[in-house]
Design a protein around this ligand. Sequence first.
Ligand SMILES: [Zn+2]
Length: 232
Amino acid sequence: MIQVDIEKFLQELEVLVNMDSGFDNPEGITAVGKYLADRLTAMGWIAEQVDVGDKTGKCTVVKNREAEHYDVMLVGHVDTVFPSGETAKRPFRRDERRAYGLGTEDMKQGDLAIVHILEQLPAEVNEKLNIIVIFNPDEETGSVYSAPLIDEYARNTDYAYVFEAASGDGSRVIQRKGMYSATVVFHGRAGHAGYLFDGGMVSAINELIYWGSELNGLLSFERGTSVNIGVI
Ligand SMILES: [Zn+2]
């Protein structure tokens, strides 16, 4: 049973959250990965920050030993959806019930949980299992640059646990649905709003509203289909 000192955990979470690591901040992303890796190398683990291109930070890989095959992979991402500089405007804060701040839930608490779990890992488990940890630098933008590296290790690993926050009720998430996103462009035909209705005027706005309504109609809790209309 792993026990976490919640006060200590929150203090460390504050440090992590206040390190700006927005998707557009490669240095910040690499720094968060290093902070986490340092905690694990302090107990003798091997860490490496792999260059996956200059569009994102380094991908941080930590292992309890070099191995051909890993039993367990623990995964967390260190980037957030917020642009550089936003963390300074909205730093970490907390009240009696909650902790707030950019990336607090998604997912620096998960990254920190990985560290705390491994720090308390019983020696015999550490001895028995080959464990690899990956701190993904670009999950929020689709893991485009880190995916080949993660895939390579995942192919040689039996079990993987991603430490993203679970559902609202705290239950473990064992599958994710697929996703599709599309951009729809509407064109109208100009006309006078008062007297040209018969002259071939077509409202792009009305068409957009129609599509919006139809798309929202696809929402189905039964099938697990969610629909989200984003930027207009
Ligand atoms: Zn996330």
